[in-house]
Design a protein around this ligand. Structure first.
Ligand SMILES: O=C(O)CCC(=O)C(=O)O
Ligand SMILES: [Fe+2]
Length: 222
């Protein structure tokens, strides 16, 4: 049902625990994704001092309002793409994890995320997939926000144009997003996959504390 243009590409190397693929969704699928993302006006603002400024629409909201994103996240196609690049079989992370499939909005000047690792709350390896949907500067080019990732001790800039797939092992690759400027907008579809979705009780509690900070008190009940 979901078609990507991936089959036309060679599998990129995942040696640095980070890989990118351009034009990953067909124009038709990308258009439907962009339509759903643009309709997510009711975003949940979150503010974690010094770490992250911006807003995130969580998986539970996407399940109601963004069926294309949710279906594609859980599709065999995406699982196959991610597994092929990382070289191990992965599956989507659980329904109750609000980070499993979410959309990050950078919409006010200064919205950014400081250096961090994506925490792995699971027993197996954990991978983050980003597909930027909107990335608009004031002059029609890309926004000032840059994704930087540590690669061999150096800061590597990873361009995030719309419809590029960026896949990395977030618990191993430290990364940050520099601030957007006045009049700019960036929206990134984020998905997580793992090799073993089980977690210990301690890991489950830690995940819920993190979700509460990012997504609000509602995640305590999931
Ligand atoms: O917006 C991005 O490009 C990356 C976001 C990110 O690293 C995160 O939400 O953990
Ligand atoms: Fe991250």
């Amino acid at each position: 049902m979901f078609v990507t243009t991936l089959d036309a590409f060679e599998t990129p190397s995942f040696a640095g625990k980070l890989a990118t693929l351009d034009s990953v969704l067909t124009a038709d699928l990308f258009a439907r994704v962009a339509e759903e993302v643009n309709a997510l006006i009711e975003t949940e603002r979150s503010y974690l001092p010094t770490h992250k400024k911006g807003s995130t629409v969580a998986y539970s909201v996407l399940r109601e309002k963004a069926p294309t994103l949710v279906n594609h996240y859980r599709s065999a196609t995406m699982r196959r793409i991610v597994s092929r690049i990382v070289g191990v079989e992965v599956q989507p992370t659980p329904l109750h994890d609000e980070s499993s499939c979410s959309v990050l909005f950078y919409e006010k000047p200064g919205d950014h995320i400081n250096w961090h690792y994506d925490h792995n709350f699971y027993r197996g390896r954990h991978f983050t997939v980003l597909i930027p949907v909107v990335n608009r500067g004031r002059d029609g080019g890309l926004s000032a926000a840059h994704l930087l990732a540590k690669q061999g001790g150096r800061d590597m800039e990873v361009a995030t144009p719309p419809n590029r797939l960026i896949l990395f092992e977030g618990a191993k690759v430290r990364h940050k997003v520099t601030p957007i400027s006045e009049g700019e907008r960036r929206a990134v579809w984020s998905m997580t996959y793992c090799t073993d979705p089980r977690n210990s009780t301690i890991q489950g509690v830690a995940r819920r504390v993190k979700d509460t900070a990012f997504f609000g008190l509602r995640s305590l009940w999931t």
